[in-house]
Structure formats: C-alpha cells, structure tokens
Design a protein around this ligand. Structure first.
Ligand SMILES: Nc1ncnc2c1ncn2[C@@H]1O[C@H](COP(=O)(O)OP(=O)(O)O)[C@@H](O)[C@H]1O
Ligand SMILES: [Mg+2]
Length: 317
C-alpha cells in the first residue's frame, strides 16, 4: 500500500488479547489504544510479563488458536480481528514483518539461508523462480551487511549478530509497511546491539518503514524511538513523544521505570528497582493496576483512575 507522509499505518482501539487457559482467561493485552504513523518508530516498553510480546504477535495473530481478540486493530484500513488464517497469511511478511528476539529458534538452523528467503518470497509470489529469489536475497543481504555468497550457508554457521542481520533482511525482503521487532537485540552483546539498532534505523529511513520496537530496556528505545508507549499489566499507562517520556514522565510507573535504568555514575551505583510485582493477569484488580506498588497511591486509584490527554499521548493514572 502507498501512504502519504505521517499517515497512520496501524491503529489499535480498545484492543484486548486474552489467552485461554484451564484457570480462565489471561488478560495479557487488556484495552490498548495506539497508533503508528508511516516511517516512525514506536517503542513499547515495560517489565517482563506485561504483555508486550502478546501485543506484537497479536498484530499478526500468531497466538494459540483459542486466544480471544476484541476491539479493533487496523492494519492500513483493514481491521484484522475478524480475518481468518488464509487472509492473515497475506498480511504476514508482506504488510507486517516480524523480527524475533532469538533468531536461532525462529530461523530453522538446518535450512539454507537462500531457501529461507525463497520460501518467504513464495508465500506471496508463488511462481517466483529460484534465480529471481536469489537476486532479491542478494540485494537485501547486501543492505544488512552480509556478503550475498553467504546465502548458501546455514543459519548455524552465522554468529549471533549476523543471524540477527539475516532475520532483519528476512523481515524486510517483502518491503512491508510495518516491522515489529520484539527484543531484537536482547540476546546480543552491547557492541553488536548498538550496530543492529543502527542498522534497523538506517533501513527504516531508507525504506520509510514503520517500526514497533518492543523491549524491556529503556536504553534501547532511547536510541531509536520517536514515541514511546509504556505498558503495565496488559495496558498502556502512558504514551508520548520520546523526550517527554524521558524528561517529563507523568505516570508513577514510568518515573520508577526510568529510575531503574542502571547507570555508570560512580557516585550513584545503587541499582534501583520497583518493589513488589505486577498483578496476576488471570485476576486483575479494579482501578489502577499499579496501585499496590505506587508510592503516590490515592483512594481513587483503587476505583477508577483518571485518564488525561497530554501532548501527543495519554496517561492513565
Ligand atoms: N500462550 C500463553 N498462554 C497463557 N498465558 C500466556 C501465554 N503466553 C504468555 N502468557 C502470559 O501473558 C502475559 C504477557 O506475556 P508476554 O506478552 O510474553 O509479556 P512480555 O513480552 O511483556 O514479557 C504473561 O502473564 C504471560 O505469562
Ligand atoms: Mg516478550
């Protein structure tokens, strides 16, 4: 699809994604409102278990069969919630690409790189020849800094950083409008991490792709995101342009999350963490889900916390 600059390419409204389990529904995503513009990077941050990956994979409906989706999720102008598997296949890879945390488990290690690309291309262009497929693979591998000849190798022959480059190339080979990168650098050392983020940002600019960057690491989004959505217990508690999140955070959870970033200042080497733990998503409390850990808690927080609009975003507090 072609978009005008700044046009909205993805919009979630009241999105809920609940896992079916024997104990009941796990409300992993529980009423998310978020939009993504063409060419921008949205950082989705929050502690482990707050629903970030569920949101990312839910966009492509890659979750277990009994998962319940509610609300609206517009990819372009199509609400994907009612779409079946066959229709979702047209969205996956072609409109929305995905980069996972650990390429070793998501790239089949015993399938040659050229075949991985050929299979992906064939999903959307069934008649594509191996020759054309190799040409396109060579072009995208070059873009991510891998010698095209290496397409004859297997993923296990690549280093961690190189494998993540292959994964990025695979997510971009169909030139999707949106790429979801779920903890793309978590398994890499800091130097390679910085190189991969730089590469992702460079590719985003050159293809004008929108990126949803999911991470528990506020340092990662600081480098790349235009706007940030802070998730807590299945909800977005605050979203805003990056600098506002870093320098004028409004929600107590955002403030505490920022304080818990490790720093290298020798005068302040104490590692801050947020006491307590998030509520179970099987049985979430009414009111603000952060209330039990919040140092600024008021009586109203346990009932209906106020929601207010700020700049480019919203705070639910
Ligand atoms: N397949 C599943 N079935 C049931 N619950 C799940 C499943 N996958 C994840 N969850 C639960 O959903 C919540 C959100 O998980 P996840 O989206 O992986 O969080 P994050 O990516 O932020 O760490 C967690 O409580 C997790 O235990
Ligand atoms: Mg995750």
């Amino acid at each position: 699809m072609s978009y005008a600059k700044d046009e909205i390419v993805l919009k979630a409204q009241g999105l809920k994604i609940h896992y079916h389990t024997q104990k009941g529904y796990v409300r992993a995503v529980d009423g998310i409102d978020l939009f993504v513009r063409k060419g921008e990077t949205i950082g989705v941050v929050g502690e482990s278990g707050c629903g970030k990956s569920t949101f990312g994979q839910g966009i492509l409906k890659l979750l277990p069969a009994k998962t319940k989706y509610e609300g609206e999720l517009l990819v372009g102008t199509t609400n994907v919630i009612p779409l079946d598997e066959k229709e979702m296949k047209k969205v996956r890879g072609k409109i929305v690409g995905m980069i996972f945390q650990d390429p070793m488990t998501s790239l089949n290690p015993i399938v040659k790189v050229e075949k991985l690309f050929h299979e992906t291309l064939k999903e959307h262009e069934p008649n594509i020849s191996m020759e054309i497929s190799r040409e396109r693979t060579a072009r995208i591998l070059e873009k991510v800094g891998i010698e095209p000849e290496r397409m004859r190798e297997y993923p296990f022959q690549f280093s961690g950083g190189m494998r993540q480059r292959v994964m990025i190339a695979l997510a971009l080979v169909l030139n999707p409008d949106i790429v979801i990168a779920d903890e793309p650098t978590t398994s890499l050392d800091v130097i390679v991490q910085a190189q991969i983020l730089e590469l992702l940002d460079e590719l985003r600019r050159s293809y004008n792709t929108s990126v949803i960057l999911i991470t528990h690491d506020l340092g990662v989004v600081a480098q790349m995101a235009d706007r940030i959505a802070v998730m807590y217990a299945g909800q977005i508690v605050e979203q805003n342009i990056k600098n506002k999140i870093y320098y004028q955070p409004k929600h107590p959870y955002t403030k505490l999350l920022l304080k818990s970033i490790p720093n290298t200042n020798p005068k302040d080497l104490q590692l801050n963490f947020i006491p307590g733990s998030p509520p179970s998503l099987l049985d979430v409390p009414p009111g603000c889900r952060f209330a039990s850990r919040c140092p600024f808690k008021m009586t109203v927080c346990e009932k209906e916390p106020p929601v207010f609009e700020i700049d480019e975003g919203q705070v639910k507090c």
